[in-house]
Design a protein around this ligand. Structure first.
Ligand SMILES: C[S@@+](CC[C@H](N)C(=O)[O-])C[C@H]1O[C@@H](n2cnc3c(N)ncnc32)[C@H](O)[C@@H]1O
Length: 186
């Protein structure tokens, strides 16, 4: 897995290391992610690795309740300040160890899985399947190319989540740079 210190240092050097709040690439990807959600409303959602809450703020418009977590405090503080909605709860935590009690009818793993070890990704898959409501949707969005601290590509991470016959894809969107999938219980 990518060392926890790596993210602490990134946020010490920059409030928004990936320019999530500024880049057209990110906003377009968020727009596609929201558009891919099969239902208009979700009762209770979980978004681990929420960073400064740019996607969180947009997901919040579609959810009655949203739990968003990140292991680093500084982006969480910014997320709390900018999202500022009573139905969104921010907490410090890293998956798979800090997985809140379900059920969730929406789980969003966006630009996260390749920072985990292969064993952790398996644990995340198990936790997601376990806590996903019977009619729930599991959203995966990841950059497709290798990069220095990534333990795998987004394509590999998505393929791992689709191993087995317990989850099926209801949305698949593949571009040169990222892959977006929505999975549901088979
Ligand atoms: C590239 S950012 C993605 C932000 C957001 N999900 C998005 O798509 O806009 C990755 C975030 O994951 C967090 N992170 C890293 N390892 C994590 C883990 N094991 N569990 C939860 N979050 C983690 C980092 O602190 C960072 O804020």
């Amino acid at each position: 897995m990518t060392a926890p210190d790596y993210f602490e240092q990134l946020y010490a050097d920059s409030a928004d290391p990936w320019q999530l709040a500024e880049r057209h690439y990110e906003q377009r990807k968020y727009d596609l992610t929201l558009a891919a959600l099969p239902r208009l409303r979700y009762a209770r959602a979980f978004e681990p690795g929420c960073s400064i809450g740019v996607l969180t703020r947009q997901l919040a418009t579609r959810c009655d309740e949203l739990v968003a977590t990140d292991p680093v405090e500084s982006p969480l503080a910014r997320a709390r300040a900018t999202v500022g909605a009573d139905h969104v709860t921010f907490a410090r935590g890293r998956v798979p160890d800090d997985w809140p009690d379900g059920p969730f009818d929406l789980i969003v793993l966006s630009e996260l899985l390749y920072y985990l070890s292969a064993a952790e990704r398996l644990e995340v898959r198990a936790a997601a399947v376990e806590s996903l409501a019977p009619d729930g949707h599991l959203v995966l969005v990841h950059w497709r190319h290798p990069f220095e601290v990534a333990t795998c590509t987004g394509d590999v991470a998505h393929a791992e989540m689709r191993v087995g016959d317990d989850l099926v894809a209801v949305v698949e969107h593949v571009e040169t740079d990222f892959r977006l999938e929505v999975l549901a219980h088979a």
